[in-house]
Design a protein around this ligand. Sequence first.
Ligand SMILES: [Cu+2]
Length: 123
Amino acid sequence: MKRNTMLVMTAALLGALVLAGCSYSATPSGTTGGGTTGGGATSSGSTVSMKNFAFNPSTIDVVVGATVTFTNDDTVQHNVAGESWSSGPLDPGQSYTATFSNAGAIAVKCLIHPSMTMTVNVK
Ligand SMILES: [Cu+2]
């Protein structure tokens, strides 16, 4: 009898531990303080991270007029540039929001590191 009680208690304790271990921390969605002016309904909120000398994700789809915020999550300086625009240098932790007004596959790159490229598909 006593043995069984102990077993049940141990099982309950283990269960509690497993449950506690399961709690995961949700990553905060990238809310930027930038002025969100009334654009298209689904035109804002896309974010791209620059980390380990790469854009992440390397391809995103947005609608015409959408804004994309590029954040330097690396430990070195990066920048973001398209064909006719450039963010200028972004220190670690800094971000830049670009607006994509024309449809097409827009090649985006970091001018400091030529291997850093990505595509923004504007539809
Ligand atoms: Cu770079």
